[in-house]
Design a protein around this ligand. Sequence first.
Ligand code: NAI
Length: 334
Amino acid sequence: MKHTITLIPGDGIGPEITDSVLAVLKAAGADLNYDVQIAGITALEQKGELIPESLIESIKTNKVALKGPLTTPVGKGFKSINVSLRQIFDLYQNIRPCKSIPGVNSRFDHVDLVLFRENTEGLYSGFEIYDERNQIADAIARISYKGSERIIRAAFEYAQKYNRKKVTVVHKANIMKQSSGLFLKVAREVAKDFPDIEQDDRIIDNMCMQLVMYPERYDVVVTTNLFGDILSDLGAGLVGGLGVVPGANLNEECAIFEAVHGTAPDIAGQDKANPTALLLSAVLMLRHLGQHDVALKIESALFETLKQTQLCTRDLGGKCGTKEFTRNIIKHLT
Ligand code: NAI
């Protein structure tokens, strides 16, 4: 069935990489309609608000969105648009697959991790207090049973669905005995419902060392908000950086797929942007929508192109502009 998705081209390089992704989706035969919506600086200039009501309504209706990077103005009291969207839709799962891509320069060849970050609680719950008189600031890391259970279960269900062998729970329960302790306790309970999947756990500091030394030992990883924020960029660094990793924010109802890099204002409008991250986010989206054949077709064509540096964009060591790189991917579609 043809699915209509909400398409947010975004700011800066967003429109260029979105054009590239749309060209590849079309050439590969993706069965999609697009409801194009603006947000960020573009929306602020045209409609006077960063997240227009029409965008929220569109995501509510379509349940799936593909989003380019957005600019949140600095220092004007604006809340991050990405954080706002996660909160509006209660997108508690942040999923970041980090997989080595042949041809993309990185320190490791066999990384294949999927990081699940809890997206709504922990130190990012927003409970911060500043005691002006004593000049002391407190931040509350709220961890709930329900919030932990749903993200941990999502990680195990993903492992089951995609034939993954192991889920590693990352915590700091040795020091944060109540909050991180609760997360670990819930993980051990949930694991009992998935006897075929190995479960282990690591303390966050050790996990950082493990990942930079032996990333191939890890499979699916699930953790709380702050630790997940850090580990997901660490994971991107293991496979070539933010330019080549996709991201998804979702719950059972609704999903927003996004490139995790920013708007790259230094190269915007110059045909220099690399669309790989947004294209891989579109691949995740196609799988979410059940269009597995098209997803595989695009992924294979992209990986074949990335193997030949001269066919790639400058950030990957090649000489091509965004448009030429896009044509090279399309040529590899079979
Ligand atoms: P950035 O990711 O936009 O840029 C960092 C560096 O990476 C720049 O040199 C840029 O040219 C390069 N780069 C990024 N994406 C690239 C791509 N696809 N192809 C080639 N080169 C690429 O990060 P920065 O400079 O910290 O932030 C710029 C703006 O982006 C800010 O307004 C920030 O708020 C926004 N931002 C938005 C995000 C989102 O919507 N998901 C995430 C991060 C930042």
